[in-house]
Design a protein around this ligand. Structure first.
Ligand SMILES: O=C(O)C1=C[C@@H](OP(=O)(O)O)[C@@H](O)[C@H](O)C1
Ligand SMILES: C=C(OP(=O)(O)O)C(=O)O
Length: 457
């Protein structure tokens, strides 16, 4: 069995100072995704969670005293968050830690958050939805912009909710990046109604900053259901870890009083959503994959993989912090409402495309607003490899089919790259375009994946 955590010295780790540089071989040729010659058998060690790292960075910048983040994720999304907070006066220093994937961070909040800067959101939902409320607490204008694809992601709710709280925002009325938040150093707060049906991040973004609003916040959601509920639970837990209490007297309502946010030392858990493709590899090849450092208790939606992967016919066990998935060589189709875990959809859809019976995955209309329209992208790319897949309004229907090689486009979407890589394990001659897009949350993906594919028993 291979232990996959030793990074190949030919690849440099992600460079915090240069967002967008990924640990991949030079050149922009499509990546010949590895095919497994048999059932894989490996243990994988994964870097920290994007969602936890970026929440804890924001809370550390808003806290009363310094914080330390241990084993944080170093990737494009977290570098963008670090840069945003630094440009507003937060001190973030790299300190040597025990993590295998880069330094820890010591974060000292600014005396006063500063404006007069520009925040590059890249394609990070957490930056574009979590930082504007922080900018409202800063003094001076802050311009928000991002990648071309980021300008297509919905921002109306962030803009309208801050306006309802009395914040001055200049935009062109398109409900998207770019826009400018004219912070005055304080936000009155109070009670507002928002529509968070296209992203839970609208709720999380407000909750993360609201303890610093003069009157706190009463937030009511009105509209279709809010997706990705576990990510809201993660926000509430991250606040609780720093002494801030959020009440939810009924579904879709969150209340918090103004309060201080404590500095803290926080251990960042491994990214369990990024575990999805690695665990799916066991199912795809009829092999066995373990992920170590699996938390005993977590708000990460990746924990749902324990219940989701057995639906395909795999067995899952969790012993002493090691999650092990074993495939049988047969993959069954699944019928599933995945509203809570849309982030897991690309990996699960890839498995469904390899299954011996039909699948229908619904409740994920909102993933049309992720890095790309994921329903359209998955349907297009699986069809291009010979798959039979139908786009539904809020999901995908996938029929069994024999897949063949071809070029898999990633649409600037890290999880599209993961999905293509899963299919490629058992489908020769798949070339993945722009594998460097995995640097968004897992710059080490190409090398970890190559080692995984080579670990056949
Ligand atoms: O708050 C977060 O860290 C996230 C919330 C979810 O967003 P949506 O609610 O837009 O799905 C998730 O899909 C995204 O990857 C990360
Ligand atoms: C939707 C995702 O990212 P973001 O945080 O940019 O919304 C994702 O990582 O699947």
């Amino acid at each position: 069995m291979g232990i996959i955590n030793q990074l190949d010295p030919r690849f440099s780790p992600y460079d915090d100072e240069t967002p967008g540089v990924a640990a991949v071989p030079p050149g922009d040729a499509p990546w010949p995704a590895p095919t497994a010659s048999g059932p894989i058998d490996a243990t994988v060690v994964l870097p920290g969670s994007k969602s936890l790292t970026n929440r804890q960075l924001v809370l550390s910048a808003l806290a009363d005293s310094p914080s330390t983040l241990r084993a944080p994720l170093h990737s494009r999304d977290t570098t963008l968050m670090v840069d945003a907070l630094r440009s507003m006066g937060t001190t973030i220093e790299a300190v040597t830690g025990s993590g295998q994937f880069g330094d820890d961070w010591l974060i000292t909040p600014a005396e006063e958050l500063l404006g007069s800067t520009t925040v590059d959101c890249g394609l990070a939902g957490t930056v574009m939805r979590f930082i504007p409320p922080v900018a409202a607490l800063a003094l001076g204008p802050i311009v928000f912009d991002g990648d071309e694809a980021a300008r297509r992601r919905p921002m109306t709710t962030t803009i309208s909710s801050l306006r309802a709280l009395g914040v001055d925002i200049a935009d062109d009325g398109a409900g998207a990046l770019p826009f400018t938040v004219h912070g005055t150093g304080r936000v009155a707060g109070g009670e507002i109604v928002i529509d968070a049906s296209s992203s839970s991040q609208f709720v999380s973004g407000l909750l993360l900053s609201a303890a610093r609003f003069d009157d706190g916040l009463v937030l009511r959601h009105s509209g279709e259901r809010v997706p990705s509920q576990p990510h809201i639970e993660m926000t509430i837990q991250a606040l609780a870890d720093r002494g801030v209490s959020v009440e939810s007297p009924e579904p879709g309502v969150w209340e918090m009083a103004p309060s201080g946010i404590r500095g803290a030392t926080i251990d960042i858990e491994p990214d369990l959503s990024n575990a999805a493709p690695f665990l799916a590899a066991a199912v795809a090849t009829g092999g066995r994959v373990s992920v170590s450092g699996w938390p005993t208790s977590t708000t990460q939606v990746g924990a749902h993989l324990i219940d989701l992967l057995p639906l395909f016919g795999a067995t899952v066990s969790l012993v002493d912090g090691v999650l092990t998935v074993e495939g049988t060589g047969q993959i069954h189709g699944i019928t599933l409402d995945l509203s809570e875990g849309g982030e897991l959809a690309p990996a699960l859809v890839a498995l469904a495309a390899l299954a011996d019976s039909p699948s229908e995955i619904t409740g994920i209309g909102h993933i049309r607003h992720h890095e790309t329209d994921r329903l359209a992208a998955l349907a297009t790319e699986i069809t291009a490899l010979g798959g039979v897949i139908t786009e539904l309004d809020d999901g995908l229907r996938i029929e069994p089919a024999h897949l063949h090689g071809g070029t898999w486009k990633t649409y600037a979407d890290h999880r599209m790259a993961h999905a293509g890589a899963i299919i490629a394990l058992v489908t020769p001659d798949v070339l993945i375009e722009d594998i460097a897009t995995t640097s968004k949350t897992l710059p080490e993906f190409p090398e970890l994946w190559s080692a995984l594919a080579a670990s056949c028993s």
